[in-house]
Design a binder for this molecule. Structure first.
Ligand code: FES
Length: 162
C-alpha cells in the first residue's frame, strides 16, 4: 500500500502541530507565575592570601571536597521575603537580616510549584495556599502540612544548599 503525498503532508502538519502544542504546554508549565531568576553568579571565595585547599604532592592526603556552588548571594534574597528557585525546587527566605531559610518549592497541597513570596508568606497560586517564610508552616489555604525545610548554609555572601 502506498500513501499519497496529501496524506503524508497532513500527517506532517498534524505531527508538527502536536509538537508545537506540547511545547506550548510545557512552556506554560515552566513559566507559570514564577519569575525565573537569573542564575546567581559564582561567588568567589574570600581572599585569604592562600591559593585554597590543595593536596601537597607526595603527602598522600586528600584535598578537602570543594564547597557546593552558591545558589544565591545573600543580597539577592529580600529581608522579610524570599526568592523562588523553581529549577532547583527550592525557596530561599530571609525572615530577618542574615538568617536564611530554605524550603521545598513544591506545594504540599497538590504539588504545584509555589509562585511568589509576599507579606511574610510563600504563596502557591494554584489554590492560594500560603506558608510562613520563617518555618514553612501553613498560614492559609487548603494545604494541610508545612513546606519541608531544606538545609542551607550562609558563608559570607554565598548561600548554599547542603
Ligand atoms: S497545589 Fe498549592 S494550593 Fe493547591
Amino acid at each position: 500500500m502506498t500513501e499519497d503525498a496529501g496524506t503524508a503532508s497532513r500527517r506532517a502538519v498534524l505531527a508538527g502541530t502536536g509538537a508545537a502544542g506540547v511545547t506550548a504546554v510545557l512552556t506554560g508549565c515552566q513559566t507559570y507565575g514564577v519569575a525565573t531568576p537569573a542564575p546567581a553568579a559564582p561567588v568567589a571565595p574570600a581572599a585569604t592570601g592562600t591559593a585554597g585547599p590543595t593536596a601537597a604532592a607526595g603527602d598522600g592526603g586528600a584535598a578537602e571536597p570543594a564547597a557546593a556552588p552558591a545558589l544565591a548571594r545573600l543580597a539577592d534574597i529580600p529581608v522579610g521575603g524570599g526568592r523562588i528557585f523553581a529549577e532547583q525546587g527550592v525557596v530561599l527566605t530571609q525572615p530577618t537580616a542574615g538568617t536564611v531559610k530554605a524550603f521545598s518549592a513544591k506545594c504540599t497541597h497538590a504539588g504545584c510549584t509555589v509562585t511568589s513570596v509576599a507579606d511574610g508568606t510563600i504563596v502557591c497560586a494554584c489554590h492560594n495556599s500560603r506558608f510562613d517564610i520563617t518555618d514553612g508552616s501553613v498560614r492559609g489555604g487548603p494545604a494541610g502540612s508545612p513546606l519541608p525545610a531544606a538545609a542551607v548554609t550562609v558563608d559570607g555572601d554565598a548561600v548554599r544548599l547542603t
